[in-house]
Write a protein that binds this ligand. Structure first.
Ligand SMILES: Nc1ncnc2c1ncn2[C@@H]1O[C@H](COP(=O)(O)OP(=O)(O)OP(=O)(O)O)[C@@H](O)[C@H]1O
Length: 367
């Protein structure tokens, strides 16, 4: 697709990413997503889909390349990761409340949205703990979190895996509805190739690059086949024949290829926000409340440490033999017995007063 990159909801140009010294995952990838489209990102396991999405949401940085996005902040994106970021000791509502507060939503807004999402995603009651949900239900909670703050760009990493086909279809219907008014742009990865036919554009990814980007119908007609799988197969053959020793070439030239470092495409977040602080506080409170043993331990440990510290340090040593060297009492400690141990007579030798104080403690004075 041509035209200035800023016209698109999202565009990636010349993206490179390598893990360690040898695992080059993105090899100069280009991707273009117009506003209001659903983009189905397809590719075999390990081809770099999650890596690409992680770069888009700012979780990791590209080594080189450019990402241009309509949104400027992380909160402009709704992201559903493959590995669910859920706190299992929280309930569904508490989970939504935590993320809602991170996005700056009010409690009333979160309550209203929770009601809608529970109905749409067919989730159990809002008070149900996440740990008591099935894997599929947990994925739906994670999907709900991505939709919670109604972002302009949705990035969904396999949202329909393990779901009932009817629910899967209703999720696709909802995504099509979200995109239909031209406002929301959605990137979705899936292993179900047939399901991806519902996307407006399909990106077929293999070996760190996109083999093609087109509408599903156009793709199938270009390769004269009646399903996407055959089109993908033909493209994969073409790629394999074209570059058999590609990996070694990339490794050799990687430093040259990535000379121009990628600039961050999302603006840095403000260091401190009350809503974020409160979100953490609420989450930790619920966490502690559900883990009473942990709470007792966390509060009890400093108490125990203080007690032992005070018992061990700063006390008088017991039974310690000490001697006082001084030249005030020439005839030894016996001299002190002649003086009263109280009063404020400054003519008395000060040593006697000092010895007197020591005697009252746990020390043994040796004469
Ligand atoms: N944090 C990491 N550190 C090192 N290597 C990684 C890391 N994350 C991913 N990889 C490697 O990068 C490659 C691409 O992984 P990625 O998860 O992006 O693939 P994927 O296409 O999303 O796979 P799947 O469809 O199975 O989720 C794999 O070889 C993987 O082992």
């Amino acid at each position: 697709m041509d035209g200035p990159l800023s016209e698109y909801a999202l565009a990636v140009r010349g993206a490179y990413k390598r893990y360690g010294k040898t695992n080059v995952v993105l090899k100069g990838l280009n991707m273009t997503i117009p506003q209001g489209h659903i983009y189905g990102l397809l590719g075999p396991s390990g081809c770099g889909k999650t890596t690409l999405l992680n770069c888009l949401v700012g979780r990791i940085e590209l080594d080189a390349g450019e990402i241009v996005m309509k949104g400027k902040y992380r909160s402009d994106i709704g992201y559903m990761p493959q590995d669910l970021a859920l706190y299992t000791v929280l309930s569904i509502f508490e989970m939504f409340l935590y993320y809602g507060r991170l996005y700056g939503m009010t409690i009333t807004q979160v309550e209203r949205r929770t009601e809608q999402l529970i109905k749409f995603l067919q989730l159990p009651r809002a008070s149900t703990l996440v740990e008591n949900l099935s894997g599929g239900q947990q994925r739906r909670v994670s999907f709900g979190i991505a939709l919670l703050h109604d972002p302009q760009l949705l990035i969904l990493d396999e949202p329909t895996v393990g779901l009932d086909p009817l629910l899967s279809q209703s999720i696709w219907d909802h995504l099509l509805k979200l995109a239909s008014n031209g406002k929301k742009t959605i990137i979705i990865t899936t292993h179900y190739i047939e399901e991806a036919r519902q996307a407006h554009i399909i990106g077929l990814m293999r070996n760190g690059v996109l083999l093609c980007e087109d509408s599903p119908n156009q793709l199938m007609s270009n390769y004269s086949c009646d399903n996407l799988e055959q089109a993908f197969l033909q493209l994969s053959h073409k790629q394999s024949n074209a570059c058999s020793n590609e990996d070694e070439q990339f490794l050799e030239n990687y430093d040259d290829l990535t000379k121009t470092k990628a600039k961050p495409h999302l603006q840095a977040e403000v260091m401190f926000l009350w809503s974020r602080f409160m979100a953490q506080l609420i989450k930790n409170w619920f966490f502690m409340w559900r883990n009473k043993a942990m709470m007792v331990f966390l509060l009890g440990l400093p108490l125990i440490q203080c007690t032992f510290y005070n018992l061990a340090i700063g006390r008088d040593p017991i039974g310690l033999h000490i001697a006082v060297v001084n030249e005030e009492l020439m005839k030894g400690l016996g001299e002190c017995s002649a003086y009263p141990s109280t009063g404020c007579n400054l003519e008395l030798p000060l040593t006697c007063r000092y010895i007197d104080k020591l005697k009252g403690r746990t020390l043994q004075i040796v004469s």
